[in-house]
Design a protein around this ligand. Sequence first.
Ligand code: FES
Length: 87
Amino acid sequence: MEGKSITTIEGLSTDGTHPVQEAWKEIDVPQCGYCQAGQIMTASAFLEKNPNPSSDEIKNAMNGNICRCASYSRINEAVAVAAEKMN
Ligand code: FES
């Protein structure tokens, strides 16, 4: 990763007000929270590339992130809400 920039969940925003984080709070996505940093970072990177995704595109983009609490419907809803906030 030499010469590359890496953003972690702590660097997404300094005060938790990134649109994805705001959408996560609005939809009340987490249950245990174990998967949430990865879910949020995947959603953020995806929305940077595709700011107006369809529901199928959201499902495909988030497909590789496993949530043992099965909060997939709220995750997908929050990504759609975040997309609206970013546009
Ligand atoms: Fe528990 Fe995703 S919220 S694993």
